[in-house]
Design a binder for this molecule. Structure first.
Ligand SMILES: Nc1ncnc2c1ncn2[C@@H]1O[C@H](COP(=O)(O)OP(=O)(O)OP(=O)(O)O)[C@@H](O)[C@H]1O
Ligand SMILES: [Zn+2]
Length: 528
């Protein structure tokens, strides 16, 4: 299940580019080289760091290089190995791994695809769902808490979906650091080509810069693949050296493979994605309570997201109904634009719909924000999943479903009306997206004019003149200290609350459900 490598030969020079990541992780190397030097002074060394980035960008490579640089053993396991495991086996494997690692410390434990184990426990649970994964996650948390930094074990984990991780994993003392590993730009690609060209016998016409220019969007893994393919093609052609033509053919082949895996989208799809994302951007731009747009992009991010609009969230713990509804309309902007422009809809709105459905249900069942249901909350902070233990009658269930549908339908109609009145703007932004692929806030201002509601939101206006902590304590006084309950819709305060709960020994296996559907407070993006 896990491999222990006692001698890792990979070092930082094998990892091309990623300079910032290397710099950030250097501290861990220093620590592993001489743990005593740090712990004597009482310094706090992170127990774990999360390497976040798309597939094939060198996360595993970098983790190995840390072990190689520090000359310590490298233990690794992959989250996906745990997915189909018999009861108790995953947890036992984790315990065993930590036991072995502690015996060999200082050392590194690397967990690839940690999202496969560490997916948020409140997310997408089905009755009788994956209990084994949960057991494995719990044993990982227990192990991480069970050793001090003086044990000399550092845990690195990799994921391309940090947003799906259980917040328990991200708490202080666990993976409280994130190091982001992005796809390389043209300079990064040139350097990666240099690394992978070194072992090859090359003809003089091969230039890493030119190869980099031909391979936008390629991650390190694909570049390694191109170099390997080129060598094989040249060998098949009985050449003594690998020539430019072999590389060109290899690049075509790798692009072909990516196309097959649907990682390269067709022009028609690109158009749909552009209008979809423009729909989000325009809706958010002209709705009073939406967060300011950072950028909107139709550069695919992984397989799931063909495009996204990214927003800068305000620091805020409480949301008004108006804010939640505007947020929903913005999220519906993608589908609405598709319907208005093409007269048909696509499956591209899945994550938007998932999000707004959760929001609508929390409005009705958690926050007492629906007239028909009234000031009632079916949220039970002691239950990890309240929806399977419904504390209400079938008639109420029917009302809830009806109200949720109505809220969503109203929001959708409102969004379509808004976009219909901003058709020109929608068109301009979508066309510019098709041309440039990424647009920033300033581009939007240039294309459609300044945002009409750039000022404070209603709630912030009420509380203006205070920083967040003051605001919080004020509200806390007003509401008799219940602000954390309300505030738990924001990831950060859930965090505080959970930490507090864990400190006084409460049962880790029952985290507070994160009403993430209604959590526009965290950095988020709307994915196509
Ligand atoms: N920055 C880089 N420099 C040199 N080679 C790289 C780089 N990034 C990736 N590679 C090449 O791609 C291969 C795969 O990368 P790696 O397994 O580290 O990616 P990853 O981010 O862990 O991917 P995944 O998320 O799919 O596990 C490496 O073994 C290496 O050959
Ligand atoms: Zn969308």
């Amino acid at each position: 299940m896990f491999d222990a490598e006692n001698k890792v030969k990979i070092t930082f020079k094998d990892v091309a580019g990623l300079e910032e990541a290397k710099e950030e992780i250097q501290e861990i190397v220093e620590f592993l080289k001489n743990p005593a030097k740090f712990t004597i002074l009482g310094g706090k060394i992170p127990k774990g760091a999360l390497l976040v980035g798309p597939p094939g960008t060198g996360k595993t490579l970098l983790a190995k290089a840390v072990a190689g640089e520090a000359d310590v053993p490298f233990f690794s396991l992959s989250g996906s190995d745990f997915v189909e495991m018999f009861v108790g086996v995953g947890a036992a494997r984790v315990r065993d791994l930590f036991k072995q690692a502690k015996a060999k410390a200082p050392c590194i434990i690397f967990i690839d695809e940690i999202d496969a184990i560490g997916r948020s426990r409140s997310r997408g649970q089905v009755p009788g769902g994956n209990d084994e994964r949960e057991n494995t996650l719990n044993s990982l948390l227990v192990e991480m808490d069970g050793f001090g930094t003086d044990s000399g074990v550092i845990i690195l984990a990799a994921t391309n979906r940090p947003d799906t991780l259980d917040s328990a994993l991200l708490r202080p003392g666990r993976f409280d650091r994130q190091i982001s590993i992005d796809k390389p730009d043209i300079i990064g690609r040139t350097e990666i080509f240099r690394v992978h060209l070194t072992p090859l016998a090359l003809s003089e016409d091969v230039d890493p810069k030119k190869l980099a220019a031909q391979t936008p969007g390629f991650a390190g893994a694909e570049i390694a693949n191109v170099c390997n393919e080129a060598a094989l093609i040249a060998a098949r052609r009985d050449k003594k050296k690998v020539e430019l033509q072999d590389f060109n053919d290899a690049i075509d082949r790798v692009i072909g493979g990516l196309e097959k895996k649907n990682k390269i989208i067709s022009p028609e799809e690109k158009k749909i994605v552009a209008y979809h994302e423009a729909g989000h951007a325009i809706a958010g731009w002209f709705l009073e309570h939406c967060d300011p747009l950072v950028k909107v992009s139709i550069v695919p991010r992984g397989i799931a997201a063909l495009g996204y609009a990214q927003y800068l969230p305000k620091e805020q713990f409480l949301y008004t109904t108006e804010q939640l509804i505007d947020e929903m309309c913005m999220a519906l902007g993608g589908r609405a634009a598709e319907e208005l422009i093409f007269g048909k809809i696509s499956t591209g709105a899945l994550s938007d719909l998932e999000r707004i459905t959760k929001m609508a249900y929390s409005i009705v069942t958690m926050y007492g924000m629906n007239d028909k249901i009234g000031n009632v909350s079916f949220y039970d902070s002691k239950q990890s999943d309240y929806s399977f233990n419904k504390p209400y009658s079938d008639a109420t269930a029917q009302t809830i479903d009806n109200e949720v549908r109505k809220i969503i339908q109203d929001a959708y109609n409102r969004t379509k009306e808004l976009l219909t009145s901003k058709m020109k703007e929608l068109e301009v932004v979508a066309q510019e997206l098709l041309a440039k692929e990424i647009l920033f806030q300033a581009d939007l201002e240039r294309l459609v004019g300044k945002r009409p509601f750039a000022g404070l939101t209603t709630l912030q206006a009420h509380m203006s003149g205070t920083d967040r902590s003051q605001t919080l304590s004020e509200v806390e006084q007003q509401t008799g200290g219940h602000v954390h309950e309300n505030g738990s819709q924001n990831g950060q305060s859930t965090e505080n609350k959970n930490t507090a709960a864990a400190d006084n020994g409460s049962d880790e296996k029952r985290p507070k459900p994160e009403p993430e559907g209604a959590a526009p407070g965290q950095s988020y993006s709307v994915e196509s």
